[in-house]
Write a protein that binds this ligand. Structure first.
Ligand code: PLP
Length: 371
């Protein structure tokens, strides 16, 4: 009998990427259609892509092997010939966590912006930093890439609209790294289509909060998807019996997505319980992440990681990530570990620095440098 592996991640707060396929995903995978998707002959993959296109209100969709692949191809379909640049938040995954893909694959300069509000990009930030015109010294902005959610924070839709209108008025395309757009939609009640109307392309992940084992999906125009299919093949992402993966993704949409509200409610409850310990977040807690502000909360992160080991919960840095497979017991253990870490840190001589260092996760472990 196959096990879903959900118990192995019941205490896994490092990331929602650790989610494991559910029993019904495994069953769907075992019964998947076996058409060759390079020839566009797999019925389940076609069904998945049509369903995501319908949900997002976009013309077409293409299954991707990862969020990184969806982002890199999603941006690249908008770019032709350098010099050109991509404007994004300095913490954006597409820039900070994708192995310099924008430079290597798109030959793009990047304009990484520190949002003035310390939380999310606004149209004012964009207008301050965008590169317009044809000055031969510059690399004009051709794509603005917004990450929604970013650090678990939902950029207000009005802000997205303003950025999109400004971009389009200046012949700039807007891409969304919507790895967790599912979370934004679950948190605000706005549909995916309401978000996607402002973007020229959106890359979404199915293997994070949605819990499928592999993949993502790019939505954009039909002509962009034609090019994206070509680029995906070039990157070695043309997959044969893709139904094995897209069948799990369909189950994730149907069965896990509706549980996201509950995950967010648990994260909010955690925020309230931590506040009682004097533990505060770096940035607002809108969805499934809580970034501990270690300094303001008087927590030595090394001590906290030691306590997490003692209380049998997994954490690697300031980010606490919740997902549908986290157990209530694990949340209690995490709170106990944090309470203990606060107590121990308070008893330390001033200037003490633990030997245990948080693993960090690129730039995203510290979501807000202003804190
Ligand atoms: C916001 C965001 N975008 C894109 C990705 C890339 O996804 P993948 O790991 O599937 O390549 C991640 C991964 O964690 C992410 O957090």
């Amino acid at each position: 009998m196959a096990t879903t592996g959900s118990s192995r991640v019941a205490n896994e707060f490092r990331s929602d990427t650790f989610t494991t396929p559910t029993q019904s995903m495994l069953e769907a995978m075992a019964n998947a259609t076996m058409g060759d998707d390079v020839y566009e002959e797999d019925e389940t993959t076609i069904k998945f892509q049509k369903e995501v296109a319908r949900l997002t209100g976009m013309e077409d969709a293409l299954f991707m092997l990862s969020g990184t692949m969806g982002n890199q191809i999603g941006v690249r379909v908008h770019l032709n010939q350098p010099p050109h640049s991509v404007l994004c938040d300095y913490r954006a995954h597409v820039y900070a966590e994708e192995g310099s893909g924008l430079a290597v694959l798109s030959q793009a300069m990047v304009t990484p912006i520190h949002p003035a509000n310390g939380i999310y990009l606004t149209s004012e930030d964009v207008k301050s930093w965008v590169v317009l015109g044809d000055d031969i010294h510059t690399a004009p902005t051709k794509v603005i890439s917004l990450e929604v959610t970013i650090g678990g924070v939902v950029t207000p839709i009005e802000e997205i609209q303003k950025i999109s209108e400004f971009a389009h008025a200046n012949d700039i395309k807007v891409h969304c790294d919507g790895a967790r757009l599912w979370n934004a939609s679950a948190a605000t009640g706005l549909s995916l289509a309401e978000y996607c109307q402002y973007f020229d392309s959106v890359s979404m992940c199915v293997s994070k909060g949605l819990g499928a084992p592999v993949g993502g999906v790019l939505v954009t125009t039909k002509s962009n998807i034609k090019r994206a299919r070509w680029l995906r093949k070039q990157m070695g992402g043309g997959i044969r019996q893709a139904g094995i993966l897209t069948s799990a993704a369909l189950v994730a949409l149907k069965e896990v997505w509706p549980t996201m509200k509950d995950t967010h409610a648990k994260t909010k409850k955690l925020e309230r319980d931590l506040a009682a310990l004097g533990v505060v977040p770096q940035i607002p807690v809108d969805t499934n992440f809580f970034f501990i502000d270690a300094r303001k909360s008087n927590i030595d992160m090394g001590i906290l990681l030691e306590q997490c080991e003692k209380f049998n919960v997994k954490l690697m840095d300031e980010r606490i990530a919740l997902h549908h497979q986290i157990s209530d017991d694990a949340i209690e253990n995490l709170k106990a570990a944090i309470a203990e870490a606060v107590k121990i840190t308070q008893s330390l001589p001033s200037g003490y620095v633990s030997n245990v260092k948080p693993a960090g996760y690129g730039s995203t472990s510290k979501m807000n440098e202003y804190n």
